[in-house]
Design a protein around this ligand. Structure first.
Ligand code: SAH
Length: 224
């Protein structure tokens, strides 16, 4: 899978891809993430990518021209499954959308900034819009990093067996059961005895029960 992230502030999201699981996924050749500086597609002495909003009002708007030039350039090199604009009013990002995107080959994630992008970008250039929640960030970069992380870790081979995504919350319609590690007794706070029993059938049943119990308590809407 290849993900191109278009941003006017690439430095904002360099680090999440340089460590841990996302770094390993790239090293193994299972995923590649490319940060594209929108300013490279800007024209004029000042290389501006934004301008004042027509009709007035506070806040700058990202212009359509550099975005169009950038997307056209990328499309001349690859066929994209989706061109996604990160937007607070987009489809709410869920594990189901992460699963769906993890099956794609090539994605573009477009990050807005300031007041957002010229509406014509949304009308004519993007295929989909995703929000990471009902709150407003100052730019799409952190949202793009969230989506990229959630998607890449689902690609087969990215996670090792013991951290398999299949046992994580939402993957089977339940949240994850609690997990414990050594010591088995810390200040008298004990790990449930069943987890130390070595009886895998009992352990699996316990995990299933706890996942259900926790889902009922914390995310009852998943069970509807
Ligand atoms: N004026 C816009 C907000 C712009 S915030 C509005 O009121 O809807 C600036 C940029 O941050 C947006 O263009 C978008 O790319 C990104 N952004 C902000 N909140 C986001 C969220 N919850 N999910 C995804 N992207 C978000």
């Amino acid at each position: 899978m290849h993900i191109d992230i278009i941003t006017c502030l690439p430095r904002l999201i360099e680090s999440p891809f340089k460590d841990s699981i996302l770094k390993r996924a790239q090293a193994k050749g299972l995923a590649s993430v490319n940060l594209i500086d929108l300013r490279e597609y800007a024209e004029g002495k000042h290389k501006s990518v934004d301008d004042y909003a027509f009709g007035g009002g506070a806040g700058m708007v990202l212009m359509i021209e550099p975005i169009d030039r950038c997307i056209s350039d990328l499309k001349s090199k690859r066929a994209y499954d989706e061109i996604i604009y990160m937007s607070p009013d987009g489809d709410l990002f869920t594990q189901a959308i992460a699963n769906e995107l993890s099956l794609k080959q090539n994605l573009i994630l477009l990050c807005g900034h300031y007041k957002g992008v010229d509406e014509r970008v949304r009308e004519h250039l993007v295929t989909r819009e995703i929000s990471i929640g009902n709150y407003v960030l100052s730019g799409g970069e952190l949202a793009a990093a969230v989506v990229t992380d959630a998607v890449i870790r689902l690609i087969p081979g990215v996670l090792s067996d013991e951290t398999s995504a299949l046992t994580d919350s939402f993957q089977d319609g339940l949240v994850a059961p609690p997990v414990f590690t050594r010591p088995a007794d810390y200040k008298g706070w004990k790990v449930p005895e069943v987890l130390l029993s070595g009886d895998h059938a009992r352990i699996d049943q316990w995990k299933q029960e706890k996942a259900l119990e926790r889902t009922q308590k914390r995310r009852p809407e998943l069970l509807l």
